[in-house]
Design a protein around this ligand. Structure first.
Ligand code: ADP
Ligand code: MN
Ligand code: MN
Ligand code: MN
Length: 444
């Protein structure tokens, strides 16, 4: 190791490397400093993120842009854009070098965008709607090999990535961006796990009702051996009780990871509203939102991505499986939902109407509340461990053993929101919010 050559270390080249292993220490000391290597100011790195054929795992790949995508631009850049060229140069000259690097004027419309516009227009025509976010206009459509992600067979494996939402990149910072995409087959049909399209369609139809979603994402940290992180070798920690919102090294594990995630999300533009330790040691929760319409699910997926990425560095694995350990609480993705009317005076009447509608299509919702048509939730919604049985619909004020809970404060104020406790932690929030909008607002 002394000469610092990675190629000479066989360990580095073999097998998966976890960042808390000696290899990781090596990689941090040897490679860490290259993270600060300045990049040319007119090169922006974009990480395109998408949901693969499992409907629950994320994939990503990076590309260089030779322009700064609109939405991620700093305030200063926007200001500079409005000024005339001569004045711009003067201002830039006065800035310190570090600032200049971050805030150079953008380079729009590179040549390679021309083809992309064609594809996009085709897409627009087909859907006959205007859902493409103007802010993303300058992010190119991209593609990947769908046969390697369970999203196409080998023949026509080019699968398209359409940028839908953009976030600041907390890992690379500067002008670099994370881009949440949805996926289309070679013929521009949506892939089987693209639930975003339907969700956007539902939201477009009920925009005026202003649907808000706040999702509580529970998850569990695993060690490299796939056992819960920090659990004693070969055994279990003392029974559940002291861990929920716990404090102390024997109650909670990896708080620094959780705190980093919180900060990274806020930096990126994901509206995290809170976080807490959960009932099982190494189980945690963060809450996203309230976010409006389809953006709630964009936000949650990007929050999941950031968590997986940070956990790579930390050397632990994040599992969203709804019941990894028998006889302990499972993980859910409680989805809090409101419309404008529910939030107004006496909105409780609207909330009760929505609950009534939900009671009539219980199984229909259960089918889309996990990626396996309800199979995953069968292990979690047992009627025990703060859940209601998967087979019965129930609703109640402040009841954690119901399918739907009306929070105590909502019942008292007679307005607010309802909490759907059924979605599994590995649900696709596009599918969940889509179902809620269609049942409660669109009466489908
Ligand atoms: P719990 O008591 O179930 O643990 P949390 O405090 O963890 O609840 O989460 C509450 C969630 O409800 C948060 O994600 C928050 O953003 C969301 N929320 C709050 N008000 C509304 C509202 N009017 N509509 C939708 N979601 C809301
Ligand atoms: Mn909660
Ligand atoms: Mn919880
Ligand atoms: Mn909850």
């Amino acid at each position: 190791m002394g000469d610092g050559k990675i190629e000479d270390n066989p360990k580095i080249l073999s097998g998966p490397v976890l960042t808390n292993s000696p290899n990781a220490v090596l990689s941090k000391t040897l490679l860490g400093r290259y993270k600060d290597l300045p990049l040319p100011a007119d090169r922006v790195l974009a990480t395109y993120i998408w949901i693969d054929g499992t409907g629950e795992s994320l994939r990503c790949k990076d590309r260089t842009l030779n322009f700064i995508p609109k939405q991620a631009k700093d305030k200063l850049t926007r200001l500079l854009e409005k000024m005339n060229k001569k004045y711009q140069t003067q201002v830039l000259e006065k800035l310190k070098w570090s600032h200049v690097q971050e805030h150079l004027p953008p380079y729009y419309f590179p040549e390679d965008l021309e083809n992309v516009f064609e594809v996009r227009c085709k897409l627009r025509e087909r859907e006959n709607r205007d859902s493409f976010d103007e802010n993303l206009k300058d992010l190119p459509i991209w593609n990947f090999d769908g046969s390697s992600t369970g999203q196409s067979d080998g023949h026509n494996s080019d699968t398209f990535l359409v940028p839908r939402a953009m976030y600041k990149d907390p890992f690379r910072r500067g002008n670099h961006v994370l881009v949440m995409c949805d996926t289309f087959k070679h013929n521009m049909e949506p892939t089987e796990t693209n639930h975003r399209l339907k969700c956007q369609e539902a939201y477009d139809k009920c925009k005026d009702e202003e649907p808000w979603f706040g999702i509580e994402q529970e998850y569990i940290l695993l060690d490299a051996d796939l056992r819960p992180f920090g659990w004693p070798p070969g055994g279990c920690p003392p029974p559940q009780g002291p861990y929920y919102c716990g404090v102390g090294a024997n109650k909670v594990y990896a708080r620094d990871l959780i705190d980093s995630h919180y900060r990274c999300c806020l930096y990126a533009g994901v509206p995290i509203s809170g976080t807490n330790a959960e009932v099982m040691p190494s189980q945690w929760e963060f809450q996203v939102g309230p976010s409006v319409g389809v953006s709630a699910a964009d936000d949650l997926w990007v929050a999941r991505y950031i968590l997986h990425r940070l956990a790579e560095e930390y050397g632990v694995i994040v599992t969203f499986d709804p019941k990894p350990v028998q006889d302990w609480n499972g993980s859910g993705a409680h989805t809090n939902f409101s419309t404008k009317k529910m939030r107004e005076e006496n909105g409780i009447i609207e909330i009760e109407k929505a609950i009534d509608k939900l009671s009539k299509v219980h199984m229909k919702h259960i089918k889309v509340y996990d990626p396996r048509g309800g199979k995953d939730n069968e292990r979690r919604l047992t009627g025990l461990h703060e859940t209601a049985s998967i087979n019965d619909f129930s609703a109640g004020v402040a009841s954690r053993a119901s399918s739907i809970r009306i929070p105590r404060a909502v019942a008292e104020e007679k307005k607010g929101y309802l909490e759907d406790r059924r979605p599994a932690s590995n649900c696709d929030p596009y599918a969940v919010t889509n179902a809620l909008m269609r049942t409660c607002i669109l009466n489908e």
